[in-house]
Design a protein around this ligand. Structure first.
Ligand SMILES: Nc1ncnc2c1ncn2[C@@H]1O[C@H](COP(=O)(O)OP(=O)(O)OP(=O)(O)O)[C@@H](O)[C@H]1O
Length: 237
């Protein structure tokens, strides 16, 4: 399993934002769902070494979060929720900078491939700050996959994309899930149905469901993920 999380907890002041969660993830696309404030981004920040856990542990590709954070970062591609980018750089320049951080040798071909994969071709001559929101999102995704990491953590990766762009980027995420562990957070249930093999629902910092999509629908005798989400995230204390 590329991702193994044991009893991970994050407390901010007196609030348990993430409360003793454990799960493992192998190849495929895992949808990490939950209402606003459930603890999704906090979990993702801990897994990517941006935030230290209060307690608990996690291994990424066999590397420990607290003792081997450099190796953890090398094995993870992360698209954070607010997608911070170097707005003053040209698209290729920004990708070359990220490639240099990852010490990618002869990065030109990889940058060209990733530009094609994320559909940035037509906009690649612009500065990142001149791009529309959807294209900035693509740059964030391109940066996350550039070093071809085995694990991708994508926090609301399709936010801001128009319906045409959605189809392409969802297909890309699905394809990436064939050879990588992809964990995505999203509020779009249709998206989960389109791309996720497995679903974890978190509510008030606790996991309230962890199943395949078909397993979850069958267990609740429902054909609507949205209804299951509403039920599970309103009934739990
Ligand atoms: N830096 C912080 N300091 C204090 N509390 C925080 C901090 N970051 C997050 N929180 C709190 O932790 C809880 C979980 O927040 P988090 O951002 O992880 O939720 P989320 O599931 O990603 O929500 P959303 O869907 O709205 O993005 C929230 O109640 C939030 O207010």
């Amino acid at each position: 399993m590329n991702v193994q999380i044991k009893q991970l907890t994050k407390i901010y002041g007196s609030q348990k934002a993430v409360n003793d969660i454990s799960f493992s993830a192998g190849l495929g696309v895992l949808g990490f769902l939950g209402p606003n404030g459930a603890g999704k981004s906090t979990t993702m920040k801990m897994l990517t070494c941006f935030l230290p856990p209060t307690s608990g542990s996690a291994d990424i590709c066999g590397f420990s979060l607290d003792k081997q954070s450099l190796q953890v970062r090398a094995n993870i591609g992360y698209l954070p929720e607010n997608n911070p980018l170097y707005t003053g750089m040209y698209v290729k320049e920004a990708l070359a900078f990220v490639a240099s951080i990852h010490k990618i040798e002869q990065p030109e071909q990889r940058i060209a491939d990733v530009i094609a994969l994320t559909g940035l071709g037509e906009e690649q001559h612009k500065k990142v700050g001149q791009l529309s929101k959807g294209y900035r999102q693509r740059v964030g995704l391109a940066q996350a996959i550039l070093h071809d990491p085995p694990v991708l953590i994508l926090d609301e990766p399709t936010s801001g994309l128009d319906p045409n762009q959605l189809i392409g980027i969802r297909q890309l995420i699905r394809d990436l899930g064939k050879t990588k562990t992809v964990i995505i957070s999203t509020h779009i249930m249709q998206e989960v149905e389109a791309i996720c093999d497995r679903v974890i629902i978190i509510n008030k910092g606790k996991i309230v469901a962890d199943d395949t999509l078909t397993g979850l629908l069958a267990a609740h005798g429902s054909n609507s993920l949205e209804k299951i989400f509403v039920k599970l995230t309103n009934s739990a204390a």
